[in-house]
Design a protein around this ligand. Structure first.
Ligand SMILES: [Zn+2]
Length: 116
């Protein structure tokens, strides 16, 4: 990623609403917590239908691969109050996220992504 990416216009992108949650997390590296803080993801380790997520601020937790989970819905709806300061989510990433939309009819399912 280039440092000055936030100076360029951010391309609008679309993903499907039914995109796989883990694939989406691996792509976006963002996690909306229950308290309304948007964290940056350091790692995602899959164990079948579960995955252990670790944030840059050092939190680690397990989540289930569900498109209808609270986090999946909040991620698609961009429901967060603020970005985590400890995670130091860069502005270009927030801009990219802001220009990302989820649609039932158009966009990528991210099916081409390699599955670890
Ligand atoms: Zn954080």
């Amino acid at each position: 990623m280039v440092e000055n990416a936030n100076l360029k216009p951010v391309a609008t992108r679309y993903y499907r609403k039914k995109v796989d949650l883990f694939t989406l997390l691996e792509k976006m590296k963002l996690w909306p917590s229950r308290t309304g803080t948007l964290h940056g993801l350091k790692s995602i380790v899959r164990h079948g239908e579960m995955a252990t997520l670790t944030t840059h601020c050092g939190r680690s937790f397990k989540v289930r691969n569900s498109r209808n989970s609270r986090a999946a819905r909040w991620l698609r709806g961009k429901l967060y109050q603020e970005a985590c300061r400890d995670c130091a989510v860069p502005d270009w990433k927030l801009a990219k996220y802001g220009a990302t939309f989820f649609s039932r009819r158009q966009g990528s399912l991210l099916k081409g992504a390699p599955v670890p």
